[in-house]
Design a protein. Structure first.
Length: 347
């Protein structure tokens, strides 16, 4: 069953958004993409805060295109939470029900229940300035959920938190999203948030959907350079002929997968071995490369290379010392066919 059916066509200056979204009851969909991709524009269009130039928004079959924001069955948690500074946590949460015509006493009882569910019963009288970042985020979520929205919109809800608070709050948020019977749309630039919180990830670049699927599919088969960088893979597009994918420039990469026609081939930086000389009896995929950059990457050294293809390689500090790495250093790169994955570019 589809609860949210939307085709969002909107403009902002020279930028144009054209995104189709759908979601089932209880589903959490993450919009993931680089800055300026159109994620927040899409969310604001769903909330009625940005006008549509075309398309439609239907929620449980009811058109929302012309419904004013305050009358939509929508709850929104903004990146900076936007709590009313002069109201207590309790009255911030009660604000939504009050706007929907619920009496003051009943709204406060309802809000008290939500604060208790959020583990904030002892902060009911606190003003926003007295709350920690994690507490403020939970108050904002309680305020959004208190109106029992069919559609819950979250705009970078964890972005303002420090690393430790983010970890705790993410776990708390995941639990509450699992209990929400409506649709949740989560806007984020953090792949960890998307993969932990969402049932499905929609990748947006330049105002268009470029990939969609569950976390396993997106990470296993990236379809753009942006997604490949997110999941830490070298990615190339070329033409497959059996077990060989030929990329622009004529470099042929051998893989154990069988592909025909337009195809992607990917492999992790850790699969790339570097040698000072062309190795004898080397893997099927060997090519000359020039060091273009060197940086620390966790416990390894990441080496950026140019050559027939631009490649990232992860090697140990000991290997880096043996190779005497320096900008412009000429090396040989090698990848075993078994370390690669190839898959059709279409679909």
């Amino acid at each position: 069953m589809t609860l949210l059916d939307a085709h969002l066509v909107a403009s902002a200056g020279t930028f144009r958004l054209d995104v189709a979204l759908n979601a089932a009851p209880g589903e959490v969909v993450a919009l993931l993409g680089p800055n300026g991709a159109g994620k927040t524009t899409a969310l604001r269009a769903l909330a009625g805060l940005h006008p549509l130039a075309g398309g439609h928004i239907r929620l449980d079959g009811t058109p929302l295109d012309t419904v004013p924001p305050h009358r939509r069955p929508v709850g929104v948690v903004f990146q900076d939470y936007l709590l009313f500074p002069h109201l207590s946590a309790l009255d911030n949460v009660a604000f939504g029900p009050r706007c929907h015509g619920v009496g003051r006493a009943e709204a406060r009882r309802h809000a008290t229940g939500w604060l208790d569910r959020m583990g904030l019963a002892d902060q009911a009288r606190a003003r926003p300035r007295q709350l920690s970042g994690g507490q403020a985020q939970r108050v904002a979520l309680a305020r959004a959920l208190a109106v029992e929205p069919v559609l819950l919109l979250l705009d970078e809800p964890l972005a303002a938190l420090d690393a430790r608070t983010r970890l705790d709050t993410r776990a708390h948020l995941r639990r509450h999203l699992a209990e929400h019977p409506g649709v949740t749309i989560l806007v984020t630039h953090d792949p960890v948030d998307a993969m932990i919180l969402a049932d499905r990830i929609v990748i947006i670049e330049h105002g268009r959907v470029v990939q969609s699927g569950d976390a396993a599919t997106v990470t296993r088969q990236p379809r753009t350079d942006y997604v490949a960088r997110l999941v830490g893979l070298n990615l190339y597009r070329g033409h497959g002929t059996g077990h060989v994918v030929t990329v622009p420039g004529g470099w042929a990469l051998t893989t154990t997968d069988l592909v025909h026609g337009e195809a992607f081939v990917a492999f992790p930086p850790a699969a790339v071995a570097l040698h000072p000389e062309r190795p004898a009896g080397s893997p099927r995929n060997t090519w000359p490369a020039t060091v273009d950059g060197v940086e620390r990457h966790g416990d390894h050294i990441r080496v950026h290379l140019t050559g027939p293809v631009d490649t990232a390689a992860d090697i140990t500090p000991a290997a880096a010392a043996d190779l005497d790495l320096a900008l412009g250093r000429h090396l040989w790169a090698a990848v075993k066919a078994a370390e690669t994955r190839a898959y059709p570019a279409a679909g």
